[in-house]
Ligand binder design. Structure first.
Ligand SMILES: Cc1cc2nc3c(=O)[nH]c(=O)nc-3n(C[C@H](O)[C@H](O)[C@H](O)COP(=O)(O)OP(=O)(O)OC[C@H]3O[C@@H](n4cnc5c(N)ncnc54)[C@H](O)[C@@H]3O)c2cc1C
Ligand code: FES
Ligand code: FES
Length: 495
């Protein structure tokens, strides 16, 4: 496979080619320190505030799509093959204010202005999305942008106003030219910049990745960098060897096998959302509340598994569905049940040179019911205090089989085996028969207390979530126990 020793991306219609690339360089530092494009702000430096938001253009089914990312935790090398749009570009390209900026002015959507470039870029991406967004969609689009002084109502109004019609800015009118340029950048070559001691690499296939990782098992794999980016900006770690997975075309696939789907290691949350939501709406809701749009655009489902976090949102849900992970290396591939991948806190079943190539998620059978509930201090853009996932196999109203897993209750995402056993044979029409299973959760887990939740809160909430799942599956109306959608109800009431 041919190697390219540079990265190339589009800026303001021109190709930027960089041959000398510090592996850990962030996109934000490039914009502010190299280009001196200082409109893009640095706030938290960890993906939380959205002040550094830029839009990335890429080709999807031949069409240019724009998605927001936090430039503070995106590596510069990851920009290969993309169009990078920063707030400073808008007036250059438009010859004045962009429609989104005009709407922000008209609705008084800015006071001190520090957050404004980030909001503008999140709304720029929404402006280019298909269809006019409703209020809930605008709220979702800006859930990863914090404003401490204006208040959100005028900013939401700006989003509704600017994004009501079809995109008509210079990016829309030059979309065909941009698509052509992006196609030219996609040469399918492996990228390697640096030397044996320090490099940024972006292999173009899983095979190239496996070979390179076998030669450098000490390299850090980077998928969406929504964790690794923080190792650089917050932990100030030195990561001399970086292998980015995002250009490996065969890892960027979602394959539908009829009774299951396989999600490759380079598939982002955003790209996986439709297929996972089709399995169950609760998976869609879980993803909608995972991080922010910026985090979901960059972060990957397999990265959420590979990092081994005890509070990752997707593992408990995928475990109860019976998901399996495929691990690959230069020596071959092996598959194991997802729950077996998590051995202990910070320890996963992964050998040197092995990487997570994909996760396969079975679809629900007609006699199965699934629920997943995320508990966090904030509704949007917050890490779970705990997360409960439940999958029941039913024989009429009798529970023939149960799979229950929690995040935040143990050092790893973990099944509640005693509760599962106690639930087998219980009847959905007889709640008193659930008591043993609910009580067994206290034997299954001895959670710790931390700043997110006390041990007692976690224990009590786990019991409540199992009770809630059983009531819902037994037929209780779910809206009475959920706050999902309540924001929209409140807004409708206010209007
Ligand atoms: C602001 C913010 C909000 C967040 N909110 C949430 C949330 O609500 N819920 C939640 O669960 N998480 C949340 N996260 C955490 C984060 O998004 C996830 O853990 C994410 O899934 C990591 O995926 P990634 O592709 O970005 O991984 P990366 O950061 O690229 O990598 C993470 C780790 O996994 C390894 N890795 C990645 N891919 C592979 C692979 N294929 N094989 C082997 N190793 C691999 C890396 O080497 C690294 O150790 C949030 C993060 C941020 C910054
Ligand atoms: S600076 Fe806060 S998200 Fe990047
Ligand atoms: S206008 Fe000041 S932080 Fe938003």
């Amino acid at each position: 496979m041919a190697i390219r020793r540079s990265i190339r991306f589009l800026r303001r219609g021109k190709v930027v080619q960089l041959t000398d690339l510090p592996p850990m360089a962030t996109l934000l530092d490039y914009l502010r320190l190299e280009e001196r494009a200082c409109g893009t702000k640095e706030g938290c430096g960890e993906g939380d505030c959205g002040a550094c938001t830029v839009a990335l253009g890429s080709l999807r089914d031949g069409r240019v799509v724009y998605e927001p990312v936090n430039s503070c935790i995106q590596l510069l090398g990851m920009m290969d093959g993309k169009e990078v749009v920063a707030v400073d570009d808008l007036h250059v390209r438009e010859g004045g204010l962009h429609p989104v900026q005009r709407a922000m002015v008209a609705t008084h959507g800015s006071q001190c202005g520090f957050c404004t470039p980030g909001f503008v870029m999140s709304l720029f991406a929404l402006y280019h999305a298909e269809g006019a967004p409703d209020r809930a969609q605008v709220n979702d689009a800006i859930a990863g942008n914090l404003c401490r002084c204006t208040g959100y109502r005028p900013i939401v109004e700006a989003g509704l106003k600017a994004c009501a019609g079809k995109a008509g800015d210079s990016y829309a009118t030059s979309a065909a030219r941009t698509a052509k340029s992006l196609r030219k950048l996609a040469d399918g070559k492996d990228v390697f910049i640096g030397n044996d001691k320090s490099f940024f690499a972006a292999p173009a296939s899983a095979e190239s990745l496996a070979k390179l990782y076998a030669a450098h098992p000490d390299a850090v794999l980077v998928a969406g960098a929504t964790d690794v980016g923080l190792w650089i900006t917050k932990q100030l770690r030195s990561l001399p060897k970086i292998i980015h997975l995002g250009r490996a075309a065969d890892l960027a696939q979602i394959t539908d096998h009829g009774d299951s789907i396989t999600i490759g290691a380079a598939v982002t949350y955003e790209a996986a959302a439709e297929s996972l939501t089709a399995i169950d709406a609760d998976l869609g809701e879980l993803l909608r509340r995972l991080g922010s749009k910026q985090v979901r655009t960059a972060g990957t489902v397999c990265g959420n598994i590979a990092n081994g976090s005890p509070i990752g949102d997707t593992p408990p849900a995928l475990i109860v569905l019976g998901a399996t992970v495929e691990l690959r290396s230069a020596g071959g591939a092996r598959t194991l049940p997802l729950e077996k991948f998590f051995i202990a806190y910070g320890k996963q079943d992964r050998q040197p040179g092995e990487f997570v190539a994909s996760v396969t998620v079975p679809k629900l059978r007609p006699n199965q019911a699934f629920r997943a509930f995320k508990i966090s201090k904030r509704f949007d853009q917050d890490i779970s205090a705990l997360l409960g996932a439940f999958c029941l196999t039913l024989d009429g109203s009798r529970i023939a089989d149960a799979r229950i897993a929690f995040g935040g209750m143990a050092p790893t995402p973990k099944r509640a085996l005693l509760a599962e056993a106690a639930l087998k044979g219980a009847d959905l029409t007889s709640p008193s028969g659930w008591d043993a299973a609910i009580a067994a959760l206290d034997q299954d887990f001895k959670p710790i207390g931390d700043h997110r939740a006390s041990a007692a809160y976690r224990q009590a909430t786990a019991r409540a979530l199992l009770t809630k799942a059983l009531h819902e599956i037994a037929g209780a109306p779910s809206h009475s126990t959920r706050i999902t959608g309540q924001r929209e109800v409140l807004h409708a009431g206010a209007a």
